[in-house]
Write a protein that binds this ligand. Structure first.
Ligand SMILES: Nc1nc2c(ncn2[C@@H]2O[C@H](COP(=O)(O)OP(=O)(O)OP(=O)(O)O)[C@@H](O)[C@H]2O)c(=O)[nH]1
Ligand SMILES: [Mg+2]
Length: 380
């Protein structure tokens, strides 16, 4: 709990993010002055062949999992800046498997200082003892330079494991990693563990959680989603980064994997159909997603999926009952309020130069100060 509080403190701390931290407005390009070195970083580390480059390619570059078989081993730090096409205004640094911390050219100050999260990838299909040694060394090094960094351990390639085996691997890795830290007097360092595979949605889900911890506005976004769904008769809503299918926030009801997968699939369908049949203006990357993007899919179990554009990079995807969808006008009105609030939070398209900071405080002052229209008999 103690660590939790500390961590929350550091996420909320505006000071931990450079001033240029921004989520991308609607005006075509990102600000050029935000030198890429200033951007918060997510580091991908782990032993050779553990799957780091595959994760980065599958999540952010739409590579199909099978194609990763042909990826070559990374031999230098690959810095991927995805901020031009994604809400996630970070750099992802993909490291070579064998980073030598004792190499004089390895500048741990420079590498760990501006990092928001360090993802350590462990190949669960392989013997993981060496990986654990490496994890320990990496965490010690990074923590010394930057105590605010979030440590995220991906127990990866679990597609090859039975359910029992997965749980056992997670328990064992968790235990050993924490024992090692306790032995080194670092019991206060918190590691988060995720079971992941590029062959299903688990990698997107895990990455979503990693990214969410780095978004200072998360509580405001959750709050807005809660208000929106409760006033509109919606069961579940996700705010998605369209490019990566990472969900940036969701309402506070529990996430079940199936709903998340359904929403991810919907994004794929919408983007695929509109890239084939839609009028694609060859603007920002020839994207098939724009202000007009909206889709409704009715499933045969009286569930409706509803997708709508929120910002250039974000879409709201909702799951609701068919009956609730009869009040489409209400949902649309509430969506309009929700969209406006999100734009205020990030000051998307705003003319003030206060950027994120001002947006944040405005949202804090009045996160619910919106005229959402309530469903009759909804009791809100
Ligand atoms: N079964 C399975 N294989 C995976 C998964 N992720 C990656 N792989 C495979 O693991 C192999 C190594 O992947 P890379 O992404 O090159 O590994 P890396 O960690 O970047 O390796 P280095 O660059 O050498 O450090 C590839 O053949 C991938 O297809 C996964 O989730 N499941
Ligand atoms: Mg690699």
């Amino acid at each position: 709990m103690d660590e939790e509080d500390n961590l929350t403190g550091s996420y909320g701390g505006v000071g931990s993010f450079p001033k240029s931290f921004d989520y991308g407005g609607e005006e075509g390009e990102m600000e050029e002055d935000s030198a890429s070195a200033d951007k918060p970083r997510i580091l991908l580390m782990g032993l050779r062949r553990s799957g780091k480059s595959s994760i980065q390619k599958v999540v952010f570059h739409k590579m199909s999992p099978n194609e990763t078989l042909f990826l070559e081993s990374t031999n230098k730090i690959y810095k991927d800046d995805i901020s031009g096409s994604s809400f996630i205004n970070f750099q992802i640094w993909d490291f070579p498997g064998q980073v030598d911390f004792f190499d004089p050219t390895f500048d741990s100050e420079m590498i760990f200082k501006g990092a928001g999260a360090l993802i350590f990838v462990i190949d669960a299909q392989d013997d993981y003892m060496e990986a654990l040694v490496r994890l320990h060394l990496t965490v010690c090094r990074a923590h010394k330079v930057n105590p605010d960094i979030n440590f995220e351990v991906f127990i990866h390639k679990v597609d090859g494991l039975s359910d029992d085996h997965k749980i056992e691997a997670q328990r064992d890795i968790h235990q050993r990693a924490n024992d090692d830290l306790a032995d080194a007097g670092l019991e206060r360092v918190h590691l988060s563990f995720y079971l992941t595979s590029i062959y299903d949605h688990s990698i997107f889900e895990a990455f979503s959680k990693v990214v969410q911890k780095l978004i200072p506005q998360l509580p405001t976004l959750e709050n807005l989603l809660n208000i929106f769904i409760s006033h509109s008769g919606i069961e579940k809503a996700f705010l998605f980064d369209v490019l990566s299918k990472i969900y940036v926030a969701t309402d506070s009801s529990p996430v079940d994997m199936q709903s998340y997968e359904l929403c991810c699939d919907m994004i794929d369908v919408v983007i695929d159909v509109s890239s084939i049949y839609g009028l694609v203006e060859d603007g920002a990357g020839g994207c098939a997603y724009d202000k007009e993007s909206v889709a409704i899919i009715k499933l045969n179990n009286s569930t409706v999926l509803y997708l709508k554009e929120v910002t250039r990079f974000l879409a709201l995807v909702c799951i609701l009952r068919e009956e609730s969808f009869e009040r489409k006008g209400l949902i649309e009105y509430n969506f309009h309020c929700f969209r406006k609030a999100i734009h205020e939070v990030f000051e998307v398209g705003g003319s003030t130069d206060g950027r994120g900071g001002a947006g944040r405080s405005a949202a804090r002052r009045n996160p619910a100060g919106l005229n959402f229209t309530a469903l009759n008999g909804n009791g809100v």
